[in-house]
Design a protein around this ligand. Structure first.
Ligand code: FCA
Length: 333
């Protein structure tokens, strides 16, 4: 009898426990919010970093990133389709062609996809920035100025005669941020008294090391009278292309190149056994770009809070002397 009572009680308890467990199980809740992250150069280090930091933010805050690369206009349209089909209600975008602005905005409206741009701001038919699309980018002109004044300071430190010194400015007119960076560098340099007559601009048609390398060639051939060279461009790749070409004909000590981004390629220059012509890079806030754009998009979807229309980030000069410190302070090491 006792045994039967015990067994019955045990059974009751077991079923009670089982019942409780069932009641405790979370009801199949909605899937996590998904945010698209579409970039013009999915294998490029800058963009790998941005996506890595976006994913870190997503993991912390409980949402998901759907990443895609898009190297031309057609690919951007396909990527917008894809992220919408995968359930994203918002996407971050760095377009390979900023002039596609109005078409991109239309496509996002049709898909009910909220849009934030990162790095490269879209422009309208009139060539002006599309201010209706929230954007997070760099303060391109200020960062360029820092390049220019830093180039000047280092030339003076090396005791170069300014009459024998030229600036190779690698330009990329299709992209407003690239224009603003290079114009800023030129403004920074001339604000210190550097002669405009020894500023040599040349266009790099593509955003690549090879394209900058070819462009640099033409300036080098035309100006044998210049003994020392300063080099600026839109980012580390541009300046690296210029530096590598000039190093073929000149001693690395006669070249001061300062890039922008703080890519691994720049760090490799700083750790090379002997100093190269690539003197410095402006370290940008890669973590902020990735994390903040992803979080702003998430908040927009989840809480209906629209992102600020424009956020501009700053940069810091780093050279072989201080790059670890700068990167640690920015949470990059
Ligand atoms: C542009 C450049 C990148 C990086 C970013 C902030 O997209 O292509 O290299 O500088 O702006």
């Amino acid at each position: 009898m006792n045994l039967i009572r015990f067994a019955t009680t045990a059974l009751c308890l077991a079923s009670f426990a089982f019942g409780c467990k069932k009641a405790d199980e979370p009801a199949a809740g909605p899937a996590k919010t998904r945010i698209g992250y579409i970039v013009k150069d999915a294998t490029g280090e800058w963009f790998r970093n941005e996506i890595r930091f976006a994913k870190e933010a997503a993991a912390k805050d409980g949402f998901e990133i759907v990443e895609m690369g898009a190297t031309d206009g057609g690919a951007v349209m396909n990527a917008l389709d894809s992220v919408a089909n995968k359930g994203c209600q918002a996407t971050v975008l760095c377009s390979p062609d900023v002039k596609l602005g109005p078409a991109i905005v239309r496509a996002c409206q049709e898909k009910n996809l909220k849009l934030i741009t990162v790095d490269d701001q879209l422009v309208g038919a009139d060539g002006n920035p599309l201010v209706s699309v929230p954007h997070l980018g760099i303060s391109a002109n200020e960062i360029g100025k820092l390049v220019g004044t830093s180039l000047y300071d280092e030339a003076v430190k090396r005791g170069w005669k300014l009459e024998e010194t030229g600036l190779l400015a690698l330009t990329h007119e299709q992209l407003p941020t690239a224009v603003a960076r290079v114009e800023g560098a030129i403004a920074g340099l001339t604000s210190k008294g550097f002669a405009a007559a020894r500023i040599f601009k040349v266009a790099q048609p593509e955003q690549s090391i090879a394209s900058a390398n070819n462009a640099a060639e033409t300036v080098l051939q035309k100006h044998p009278e210049i003994k020392h060279w300063l080099i600026c461009g839109m980012n580390d790749d541009a300046v690296l292309g210029g530096v590598r070409r000039f190093e073929k004909d000149l001693a690395a000590t006669d070249i001061i190149g300062i890039g922008i981004n703080g890519d691994a390629a720049a760090l490799a220059e700083f750790t090379a056994a002997k100093p190269t012509g690539f003197f410095g890079s402006i370290q940008l806030e890669a973590r902020k770009h990735g994390e903040d754009t992803a979080r702003l998009a998430f908040k927009w979807v989840k809480d209906g809070v629209a992102p600020p229309p424009l956020t501009l980030t700053v940069g810091r000069l780093m050279t072989r002397d201080n790059f670890h410190t700068v990167r640690k302070e920015l949470g990059l090491e």
